[in-house]
Design a protein around this ligand. Structure first.
Ligand code: FE2
Length: 285
């Protein structure tokens, strides 16, 4: 009879794996710096300091690139809200806490570089962008509080999805500097996804049915972060129309590869509850 493990049990049992994976994550990380990717010589003052204010013709990015970078910066700008949720659920033990700090600092790096780039190159209206940032952060990350296994499954999915959006934008072959920035961000997201993938695999070893349940719930309930764009368009619809992210890509390039990395359909350690969860995802086998 499988024993139900509480979040407290799981945090404790998984902590050595978190420590080990955090150490590996840092060792494998590319120590890139946002200032290296900001084209400072393109920057000039706005009217407040005697220069010229933004106007649409100053942007040299395609609409799709503007959309992708704007979604990226707004999601990253909402970081304190995500951090708040992680800090609430993963606190109390050293390695989890260190990971939360590391992840937050990497996400912040993404917000810094994208914002510097967009403002310096006058790719977007800085007033509209700032207004939306304030609204996003005030609204916060409005989702029900999750348990530990749901969090690790959710972020394995979310980081894989983020990397895919950035990779698809790079593939458009547009602005070279933006492509370099998105390459660094996608690599960070891929490494972060691997961290969560590994912790999920570790959790299967201690609570297989609970882990299978959490994966089924998170896959079936997953939606990429939605932000209100300055244009007021729905970001998920806009990304779909631009070919950057849609449900078919999500199935083939996010869900299926992750389920494979967890050997979700080949596991022999699941009880009745786990098998039931697995059946719910049979369409992804
Ligand atoms: Fe990320």
């Amino acid at each position: 009879m499988p024993t139900f493990m509480t979040d407290g049990d799981l945090l404790l049992r998984l902590e050595p794996a978190v420590e080990e994976n955090l150490t590996r994550h840092i060792a494998e990380s590319d120590d890139w710096h946002p200032h290296d990717f900001a084209p400072w010589d393109e920057g000039r003052n706005f009217a407040f300091l005697g220069g010229e204010d933004w106007s649409p013709e100053q942007s040299h990015l395609s609409d799709v690139e503007i959309l992708s970078a704007t979604v990226g910066v707004l999601v990253a700008d909402n970081l304190p809200a995500y951090h708040r949720e992680l800090a609430r659920a993963l606190t109390g033990l050293g390695a989890w806490w260190k990971w939360t700090g590391r992840w937050t600092s990497e996400e912040n790096r993404q917000a810094i570089v994208l914002r510097d780039y967009l403002v310096l190159t006058r790719a977007v209206d800085p007033v509209a962008l700032e207004r939306v940032r304030m609204e996003e952060m005030t609204k916060g990350y409005d989702a029900p509080s999750l348990h530990v296994l749901d969090i690790i499954a959710h972020f394995a999915i979310d980081e894989t999805a983020a990397a895919l959006r950035n990779t698809n934008t790079i593939a458009l072959g547009g602005d070279e500097v933006l492509a370099k920035i998105l390459t660094k961000i996608a690599a960070d997201d891929t490494r972060q996804a691997s961290f969560y993938v590994n912790i999920v695999n570790e959790a299967f070893g201690v609570a297989p049915d609970q882990m299978a349940r959490a994966i089924a719930d998170r896959v079936l309930g997953y939606a990429i972060p939605v932000v209100d764009l300055p244009s007021k368009a729905n970001s998920t619809e806009a990304l779909k129309d631009a070919g950057i992210y849609d449900e078919d890509q999500q199935c083939d390039k996010v869900f299926k590869p992750l389920l494979e990395r967890w050997n979700f359909f080949g596991r022999d350690d699941l009880g009745d509850e786990g098998k039931k969860a697995r059946e719910e995802l049979a369409h992804l086998a």
